[in-house]
Design a protein around this ligand. Structure first.
Ligand code: GLN
Length: 532
């Protein structure tokens, strides 16, 4: 089939949910029988988000092949069957890096290397490279139209649109239509300006997704259509919802999928079936129970830092027909005010990943609380590392046990750097990254959840459990439930005589999907639900 391209840009302000909108469009096109893939462009200079603080960037999503990528790739994988890899995310930094490398090799010998055409050609190459991966390539451009940084990306898609036949591309612009309370009016002006900005650089969007807190109504849609030069039926209301999994349904009701297919001159390949989406929305709107989960971490203040964790918990909730109430607890506050205040009303405790010593004493304290009070506990990466330190200190009586990440001079390095990691000088892309095999021990909670012995899970960490302490831990009732055999590294620990105490060195949250909840998250929620 002739490949088709969808471009998605955002206007007025950031954080309008372009990633989820793109993922929802992907889901709808899949339901018509098309294979979709995605490309996210991020206009910053970092080569990848791996070196940024979660407070700056939010979660770093890790793909199967070990790329540290934008969290929107998480939405793409959760909403569709597309498999993401390093090819599906590119930053300005990466693009410039490869152009400069080529320049040094003499690839452009004799020429002046410039943004147009060299940077723009590199951008176009990344888009066309995905032709092999899907029938429809959905390219999302990060940032907001009008930013200086995103201009080369916009210029590249303008060029693609003018060189390919009209029906091979469609441009969708996500914009904000604010409601002004004092005037009791919905305002279309920011949208007009944003589309005007796009037209200045030669792009006329064909479809507008209008984020709004109030229904737009016929007149507003008509006005937007007329002033922004798009068809009335192509002004889509993207109304606020508390359930992201409802968005494909909201779009489908307004026939967004059919409008896109029409512009791309494609026919539906099978009868669209959105029953599975309706079913999860039904479950989440009418849960059997509400289960309160304490999320204890160092980045809880920023909604986006643990995106995949929250989603995976919601998926575990779907499987168990319950709604998850998140109690987000800043581990530094636990250090100041004590654990009891924060965690005495939760049915389960989860500790997500993190870097550096700040807040880790509060995390360790909350794990002690979960262990002693037999509250279901799931620890992830830093969660496993802190659980091991807690256990060494409070059960094995090693009071100064620590990680060399927190205290390089510790006499009892329960968590430490492997010799090969000690040699690494660079900070970017040098952790243990991506999917590794892990063998599960029969009879453990983990084995019973996965129901198989060999699993592959994604990693993003430098430090490892120090095998010197294995014997001692086993004597004290720890089970090493999962091992990376090739290097004999600890992947999962569990605690005997506890309803659910599981900690993993890998990040299971990256593989959870609404229609295929991750087995560990399902088991964790099942156990927490029975505590409610
Ligand atoms: N800071 C720890 C390490 O690098 C844990 C990382 C994480 O939680 N992802 O090993």
């Amino acid at each position: 089939m002739k490949k088709k391209f969808i471009f998605i840009t955002g206007g007025v302000v950031s954080s309008l949910g372009k990633g989820i909108a793109s993922a929802s469009i992907g889901a709808l096109l899949e339901s018509h029988g098309y294979k979709v893939t995605f490309l996210k462009f991020d206009p910053y200079i970092n080569v990848d988000p791996g070196t940024m603080s979660p407070f700056q960037h939010g979660e770093v999503y890790v793909t199967e092949d070990g790329a540290e990528t934008d969290l929107d790739l998480g939405h793409y994988e959760r909403f569709t069957n597309a498999r993401m890899s390093h090819k599906n995310n590119a930053t300005s930094g990466q693009i410039y890096y490869s152009v400069i490398e080529k320049e040094r090799k003499g690839v452009y010998l004799g020429k002046t290397v410039q943004v147009v055409p060299h940077i723009t050609d590199e951008i176009k190459e990344r888009i066309f490279a995905l032709k092999k991966e899907g029938d429809i390539i959905i390219t999302e451009i990060g940032g907001t139209v009008g930013d200086i940084e995103s201009l080369p990306f916009l210029e590249s898609i303008r060029q693609i649109q003018v060189t390919l036949p009209e029906e091979d591309t469609v441009h969708i612009h996500l914009t904000l239509v604010p409601y002004i309370k004092t005037a009791d009016e919905i305002k279309t002006k920011p949208t007009q300006h944003s589309v005007g900005r796009l037209r200045e650089i030669g792009i006329q969007p064909k479809i507008l997704l209008c984020r709004t807190e109030k229904p737009l109504g016929y007149e507003i849609k008509e006005k937007i259509a007329l002033f922004c030069n798009v068809k009335k039926e192509a002004v889509i209301e993207a109304i606020d919802t508390d359930l992201i999994y409802e968005i494909p349904l909201i779009f489908s009701k307004q026939k967004l999928d059919l409008i896109i297919l029409k512009y791309l001159n494609l026919k539906t390949k099978r009868k669209k079936d959105l029953e599975k989406w309706k079913e999860i929305v039904r479950i989440l709107r009418n849960p059997e129970k509400e289960v309160k989960i304490g999320v204890v971490g160092k980045y809880v203040k920023l909604q986006d830092s643990y995106k995949s964790i929250y989603e995976a918990l919601i998926h575990g909730g779907i499987e168990n027909r319950c709604k998850i109430i998140f109690k987000k607890v800043d581990s530094e506050l636990i250090e100041k005010e004590g654990v009891e205040n924060f965690l005495n009303d939760v049915s389960g405790i989860i500790v997500p990943g993190g870097f550096g010593i700040r807040g880790t004493e509060g995390i360790i304290e909350s794990i002690r609380y979960a262990r002693e009070n037999k509250i279901p506990f799931l620890g992830i990466c830093l969660g496993l590392q802190c659980a091991s330190i807690e256990f060494a200190r409070n059960v094995c009586n090693i009071p100064d046990a620590s990680s060399t990440e927190f205290n390089p001079k510790t006499k009892n390095p329960i968590i430490y750097l492997l010799p090969e990691q000690r040699k690494v000088k660079n900070k970017g892309g040098t952790m243990r990254l991506g999917a590794y095999p892990c063998v599960l021990k029969k009879g453990t909670i983990s084995y019973n959840a996965y129901k198989k012995t060999k699993i592959y899970e994604r990693h993003r960490h430098r430090y490892e459990f120090n095998n010197k302490y294995r014997e001692l831990f086993i004597k004290n009732n720890i089970i090493f439930a999962g091992i990376y055999l090739e290097k004999d590294l600890v992947e999962i620990i569990e605690l005997k005589n506890h309803p659910f105490f599981v900690a993993t060195q890998f990040h299971p949250e990256f593989k959870s999907k609404p229609f295929k909840p991750h087995p560990l998250f399902s088991a964790f929620i099942r156990s927490s639900k029975s505590k409610t």
